[in-house]
Ligand binder design. Structure first.
Ligand code: NAD
Ligand code: MG
Length: 397
C-alpha cells in the first residue's frame, strides 16, 4: 500500500479502526488512546471472548458498527445490552473472523494466543494496516501470515514494545547493513530468583510483573521468559535478519525497548516509559504521531540503566524457543501449543512454575513436526501438541 493511501483514510478524515480483543489489556490501552484522540478515529468493529457487558459499553461509547463475542454463552447478554442501539451484535468464531475482515483502515490484533490467528489472517486479507499485538500468530504461522500480507498488500505494524522499537529505528533502505537486533527483556518478576525459589512460585507471584501491567498469559510468559522466546521468533518474521543475529539482553528498567546495531558500529534504540500506550499510539497514528498522555520518561529520575546477558540455566524457555525457530518444521507451533497448555495449567495450580518450560521441552521431544503449508497443517499440529501437553500435565498432577 502506498503511503499516500495510508495518509488519507478512505472514509472522511477519521481513520476507521477495529479492535480485536477490545476488553483485554492491549484493547484497553487502545481505547484509552482513541478516547483522548476522538476526532482521529471511527470505531468499526470491537470483539471480546466473553465480557459482553464491557464490550457493549465500549460499542455504545464509540458508536461501533459491530460487536462480536466469541463465546456463545455471552451472546444473550451482548444482544440485550445492545438492543435499540446502532451496533449490530454477533457471536462465534466465524463472526469474529468476519469482524476482522470488515472494511477498516487499521485493525488492532489484540487477542491472546493462537486463538487470534484466524482473525489476524482475516485482518491481513482485508489489505489495510494491521497493528499486531498477537505475537502467537507469527509464532504459529509466520510464513502463512507473511504470505497473506504480501498477497493482499496489507502492512503489519508491530505493537509489541520491542518490535515497535525496532520498527522505529530499522532503516529499511540499509537492511543489508544491519548487524544484529537486540531485544531487551525486563527479566520479569523472578529475574533474581534461584531455581529453588522459582519452583515454589505461585500464580499470583508470577503475574505480578515489576514494570508492565498485562494480561495473565503474557505475564506468566514474562516470568518464565518464554515471552522473550516468542518475541525472538516474532522478530525473525518481522525483520529481514537471520535468527542467529537476534540477541536478547536483560534490562530491568524497561526504558530501552530494543535496539538495532549497524555495520558501522552505530546502535539505534527507542526509549520510552514502560507503557504500552507508547507503541500503540505509534501504530495508531503511523506514519504520523499523536498524543498518548503517558507519564514522560525522566532519565534523571531513572538514574541508571542496567544490562546483562540472560541466564539460560534459570530461564530455559529462551534457548527452547531459539532451538524451535532454528529447527523449523512446525517446531514453533509445538512450542506455542505446549506453552499455552502449560501456562493455563500453572494458573490453575495443576503444575508448578518450573514445569511450564519442562512441559514445553517434553512436548517438543515427543511430537514429530512437519512443514506448515496451510492453516489446516497448523491446526492439526497444534491439536496434537495440545493433547500431548495435556496428558503430560495430567500425569504430573
Ligand atoms: P488479555 O488477556 O488482557 O486480553 C485478551 C483479549 O482477547 C480479551 O479481549 C479477550 O476477550 C480476547 N480473547 C481471549 N481469548 C479469546 C478467544 N479464544 N477468542 C476470541 N477472543 C479471545 O491479553 P493482553 O495482555 O491484552 O495480550 C493480548 C496479546 O497482545 C497477546 O498476544 C500478548 O502477547 C500481546 N501483548 C500484550 C502486551 C500487554 O501489555 N498486555 C504487550 C505486548 C504484547
Ligand atoms: Mg514485548
Amino acid at each position: 500500500m502506498a503511503l499516500s493511501e495510508i495518509d488519507q483514510p478512505s472514509h472522511g478524515n477519521a481513520r476507521r479502526i477495529s479492535i480485536l480483543g477490545a476488553t483485554g489489556s492491549i484493547g484497553k490501552s487502545t481505547t484509552d488512546l482513541i478516547r483522548r484522540n476522538r476526532e482521529r478515529f471511527d470505531v468499526v468493529a470491537l470483539t471480546a471472548n466473553r465480557k459482553a457487558e464491557e464490550l457493549a459499553a465500549l460499542a455504545i461509547e464509540f458508536d461501533a458498527e459491530l460487536a462480536v463475542v466469541a463465546d456463545p454463552d455471552a451472546y444473550p447478554a451482548l444482544r440485550e445490552a445492545l438492543a435499540g442501539t446502532q451496533t449490530e451484535a454477533a457471536v462465534g468464531h466465524e463472526a469474529l473472523t468476519q469482524a476482522a475482515g470488515v472494511d477498516a483502515d487499521l485493525i488492532v490484533a489484540g487477542i491472546v494466543g493462537a486463538a487470534g490467528l484466524d482473525s489476524t489472517m482475516a485482518a491481513l486479507g482485508q489489505g489495510s494496516l494491521v497493528a499486531l499485538a498477537n505475537k502467537e500468530s507469527l509464532v504459529c504461522a509466520g510464513d502463512l501470515v507473511l504470505a497473506e500480507m504480501q498477497a493482499s498488500g496489507a502492512r503489519l505494524l508491530p505493537l509489541d514494545s520491542e518490535h515497535n522499537a525496532i520498527f522505529q529505528v530499522f532503516e529499511s533502505e540499509n537492511a543489508g547493513d544491519v548487524e544484529k537486533l537486540i531485544l531487551t527483556a525486563s527479566g520479569g518478576p523472578f529475574r533474581t530468583r534461584s531455581r529453588a525459589q522459582m519452583a515454589a512460585a505461585t500464580p499470583d507471584q508470577a503475574v505480578a510483573h515489576p514494570n508492565w501491567d498485562m494480561g495473565h498469559k503474557i505475564s506468566v510468559d514474562s516470568a518464565t521468559m518464554m515471552n522473550k522466546g516468542l518475541e525472538l521468533i516474532e522478530a525473525a518474521y518481522l525483520f529481514p535478519v537471520a535468527a542467529e543475529d537476534i540477541e536478547v539482553l536483560v534490562h530491568p528498567q524497561s526504558v530501552v525497548h530494543s535496539m538495532v546495531a549497524y555495520v558501522d558500529g552505530s546502535v539505534l534504540a527507542q526509549l520510552g516509559p514502560p507503557d504500552m500506550r507508547v507503541p500503540i499510539a505509534h501504530a495508531l497514528a503511523w506514519p504520523a504521531r499523536m498524543e498518548s498522555a503517558v507519564t514522560r520518561l525522566d532519565l534523571a529520575a531513572v538514574g541508571s540503566l542496567e544490562f546483562s546477558a540472560p541466564d539460560d540455566e534459570r530461564f530455559p524457555a529462551i534457548p527452547l524457543a531459539r532451538a524451535a525457530l532454528m529447527a523449523g518444521r512446525g517446531a514453533t507451533v509445538i512450542l506455542n501449543a505446549a506453552n499455552e497448555v502449560a501456562v493455563e495449567s500453572f494458573l490453575d495450580a495443576r503444575i508448578g512454575f518450573l514445569d511450564i518450560a519442562e512441559t514445553v521441552a517434553r512436548v517438543l521431544d515427543r511430537v514429530e513436526g512437519f512443514e506448515i503449508a496451510s492453516l489446516e497443517d497448523f491446526r492439526s499440529l497444534d491439536r496434537e501438541s495440545r493433547e500431548i501437553a495435556k496428558n503430560l500435565v495430567k500425569s504430573a498432577s
